[in-house]
Design a protein around this ligand. Structure first.
Ligand code: NIG
Ligand code: FE
Length: 421
């Protein structure tokens, strides 16, 4: 298939030679080319430029499909680097409990939360879990997601974690977009274990080597938090993973500051995710990680703050500190039952004070970098996948957050084809 997108009002994220990520001031400079065109062949972007250089349409048989984009923006597809998209049951009952006054932590301490999800997932046959998850995946593709990370962590037994990771592998084999699999081995301590340390030993010795040998693990993750996994558990998991050549993406600083950011930076984690609570020494640690060119990316999850009523990660402060902020959904049944990245961009602006281009850069190129997929997706660049969003007519990109909940995505293109999910 050959297609020519012409008269694009603003082509966002167009680079001939893209950087691996953008940080600090660069995020505001995420490029927007006015009055532009893109050519797509065989699922890839092959060229783009200002309308003054738009190729003349040949009359030959290879005549492209021409898509008029007048008044509309083209944005690289969202790259959602943090999701728990594979799960068995909704937890709307817990939501009601919260409305009636219980906190997320109180619900969890009564056997709800992650343990509730694990009970349901352990019972569900693999094929049923796959079908449910595929539906969710196709739904987020329809919303404009062009690359996605998916975690395990609702299994909490070797058998059920294995089932989750096999489902993610099967999703990879049918997915129209690139996926990354994260083994969230240390998510909650199952009741059969006395403590987090014993369960971490089981994860490290019995699960990780097996899952790695079957090609099921791109990254590992731990929930480093009071009542879940300690700094020591988290470090042991990261060290074991590093020994197998696997990087970490870690849940830290959601409710408490335990020192996880520093620990993750020292262990060269790829990302630290959540950061609803964060102090200046954490920010200094993240800044120091930038020196070698492969930083530990700070990932903010504003839907989780919105849904649980937690503080928002101070995205503005992190960008002002020169960091490569990432935004992601955290889609999961307990703290963020949505995979809508447009909403994430909106909350990034409205609640974190990010300018639209900063929020878009955090949700595209930086999201891709947080999954090491930036050579494939994240910018509009010849050679990359033709995964992008065509907006409705907008006055400017500020309309995305300003219009609050109007539909702004008109069409989604995946590998150059219009996606009708
Ligand atoms: O990122 N914080 C830990 N894990 C997930 C949600 C867990 C759940 O409640 O199911 C999160 O918010
Ligand atoms: Fe999460």
């Amino acid at each position: 298939m050959r297609a020519l997108f012409k008269d694009i009002k603003g082509l966002v994220g167009y680079y001939e030679n893209p950087p691996n990520f953008v940080a600090g001031e660069e995020m505001k400079q995420f490029p927007v080319m006015e009055n532009a065109w893109i050519e797509v062949v065989g699922g890839k972007i092959i060229a783009a430029g200002p309308m003054s250089t738009c190729p003349k349409i040949p009359s030959a048989s290879s005549k492209p499909i021409v898509i008029n984009c007048k008044g509309r923006f083209v944005i690289p597809s969202w790259c959602d680097s943090h999701s728990h998209l594979v799960y068995a049951n909704d937890r709307a009952g817990e939501f009601l409990d919260r409305l009636r006054g219980l906190s997320y932590e109180e619900i969890a301490s009564k056997g709800g939360g992650i343990l509730n999800s694990a009970r349901a997932l352990q019972k569900m046959p693999e094929d049923e879990l796959f079908d449910l998850s595929l539906d969710r995946l196709l739904n987020v593709v329809k919303l404009g997601v062009g690359a996605l990370e998916i975690k395990s962590g609702y299994g909490l037994t070797l058998k059920a974690e294995h089932k989750m990771l096999k489902v993610i592998k099967r999703l990879k084999s049918v997915s129209p977009i690139p996926l990354r699999a994260t083994f969230l081995g240390c998510h909650a301590v199952p009741s059969e274990f006395n403590n987090s340390s014993d369960y971490t030993t089981h994860v490290i010795e019995d699960m990780l080597p097996l899952f790695k040998s079957e090609g099921l693990v791109d990254y590992v993750d731990a929930f480093c938090e009071t009542g879940y996994f300690s700094l020591n558990d988290t470090e042991r998991l990261m060290v074991a993973a590093t020994g197998l050549g696997i990087k970490s993406k870690v849940h830290v600083n959601q409710f408490n500051m335990l020192g996880g950011v520093n620990l993750c930076v020292n262990n060269n984690a790829l990302t630290v995710d959540h950061l609803e609570v964060i102090n200046d020494s954490d920010i200094e640690a993240l800044k120091s990680s930038m020196q070698g060119g492969s930083p530990t990316f700070p990932v903010a999850l504003p839907l989780c703050s919105h849904f649980l009523g937690l503080p928002y990660t101070p995205g503005r402060k992190l960008v002002d500190a020169g960091l490569p902020l990432v935004l992601a959904t955290d889609q999961n049944p307990g703290t963020s039952p949505s995979g809508d990245m447009t909403e994430v961009v909106r909350l990034g602006s409205i609640k974190m004070g990010l300018e639209p281009l900063e929020a878009i850069a955090a949700s595209t190129l930086n999201g891709a970098a947080a999954m090491e997929l930036q050579s494939e997706v994240g910018t509009i660049t010849p050679g990359k996948r033709a995964n992008f969003i065509l907006t409705r007519e907008l006055n400017g990109l500020e309309d995305i957050p300003y219009r609050l909940n109007d539909v702004v995505v008109e069409k989604v293109f995946v590998n150059g084809e219009v996606w009708i999910g």
